[in-house]
Design a binder for this molecule. Sequence first.
Ligand SMILES: Cc1cc2nc3c(=O)[nH]c(=O)nc-3n(C[C@H](O)[C@H](O)[C@H](O)COP(=O)(O)OP(=O)(O)OC[C@H]3O[C@@H](n4cnc5c(N)ncnc54)[C@H](O)[C@@H]3O)c2cc1C
Length: 529
Amino acid sequence: MTKTIQLKRDELSSNFSGKEKYDLIIIGSGLSGLSSGLIWLKNTHGKKTLIIEKNSYPGGYSTAYEKHGYVFETTQLFPDIIDILDYLEIDLNLKQYEGNFMRRIVVDGEHVDEYKIPTGAENFTKYLIEKFPDDAEKIRALMAYSVDMFKQVRKLKANSKLKDKLLIPFQAPKVVANLNRTYSGLLDKFDINNPKLREVMETFTSFSGVPSSRASSIMATGAMLSSMTRCFRPYGYFDEFPATMAQLFQQRGGEILFGSEVEKIVVENGQVAGVQLSGSSTPILAEKVITTVDPLVAMRKLVGEEHLPSSYVEKLDKIIMSTSSINVALGLDDEIDLQSMDLDYPYNVVSTGLGTAEKLFDGFLAGDNAFSTDCFHTAVICPSLTTGAKNTITIRCTPFAMNKWTEWRENDYNKYKAEKERWGDFFINIAEKYFIPGLSKHIVVKDISTPATYARYSGSPTGSLYDMASLVTQFGPKRLPMKTPIKNLYQPKFSHGLYGTMMNGVQVVDLILDRKFNNGNSLFAPISR
Ligand SMILES: Cc1cc2nc3c(=O)[nH]c(=O)nc-3n(C[C@H](O)[C@H](O)[C@H](O)COP(=O)(O)OP(=O)(O)OC[C@H]3O[C@@H](n4cnc5c(N)ncnc54)[C@H](O)[C@@H]3O)c2cc1C
């Protein structure tokens, strides 16, 4: 019997009381907004707090939706954030991925290599050594260094004061040494030259849609270790995660206003005064505002450049937002036996060999994409193996630039549809060839998201999946600071992904409360629980 479809996100509604003034307004009910809201309520008492969300449901990029009897999900796993979930008393029935973290296929002409990347850094090291015995010493050295570097990241402060800065070289020398190093640079440091081994290691930069020659080595190492140590997904549909957070936020005294778009962040004398909603002439006043939306939109459009110092505007001009994507969600008939196809991993990834990520990223930077039958990187995910719902798979294809997707969608819908179908077929063929034989015969529902879809739902005009791209040139202290030039306006953008969004909440509340609960730590390490 197939599971009934009841999305938790649809059980929620606005509980906006219409107060004239709030202590804190948060723009956006994605996971950055929700984690900020819940952590704030836990560490303050009786504060009037409002989240404003333009969509009719919470979750932003992390959600699930129903189409013709099938449930499709956007996100697929969350890395190890269990400590924060416990701290916030968020109770979710979670599946922990044991055994293998990823099935990884690398195609070189007619030659195909397959890897099963295990969970846990030690298991991964052992596995790599078995696969690449000639490189054993280099692998051991790289992995030991990586684990140590990630431990040192834990010693950093999020918004360093002078005293913290002076201590960094002693507490976290590996972090200092890698601040400007790309992930390729880190692999070079350990003489990892074997192209096959390099390709496996570089799997973890492609998580962020950037090639290893541009990705921050610290970010890639963090992504690798935080996701492979322990990773999870809900047994239910993925919207349960944000919807549970939104529900708790409301139960704990927070208000959420769904279906309302913030048009303006009101600034008076260099200080935030509140927000103005689209279609309303009366602002909602607030002592403090946190924005979790696309930072270029927030600063240029909602605040307005006239309120910002020219040095900050110059910084905005240089920011490269992350890539967008085509996502092919398929509902399949009951005849297909997905259980037998060895797909129950957080990711099944197939790509062409070394250099693919660079070529694809260059295509994105040129304003389009560089996918071809000789150059691709694609992930196939099979959520119904966990949820027990009707058979679904999702094929994720990054990086795509916005190109003309929004223009086609608005002005030439036939062209938009034709392009969607063309790319849909391209990626279905790849999934069919490498993971799911006979796939196209079993498709009942096809739902293709384009960069225009991402732009529409997120409000990011570039349809960027991962906020500011995690390039080495705009990571860590080089990202836009959380404290904006407008007093009492905060923009938490630690990193991307569900781990990053939870840290956004940790960091921004700790900053506002003057290190009251997390002692200024960059990652979650609260003073008392
Ligand atoms: C297809 C896909 C798959 C992914 N898979 C994973 C994964 O498996 N694991 C992982 O860790 N990460 C994954 N990510 C990344 C992760 O989902 C995001 O980094 C994260 O959800 C971002 O959360 P956020 O709250 O910062 O931003 P968003 O989710 O973008 O939330 C911002 C919210 O603000 C709202 N908003 C925007 N403008 C306004 C306005 N003017 N007024 C009011 N509201 C506004 C938006 O509607 C949105 O709800 C994935 C992303 C995508 C797109």
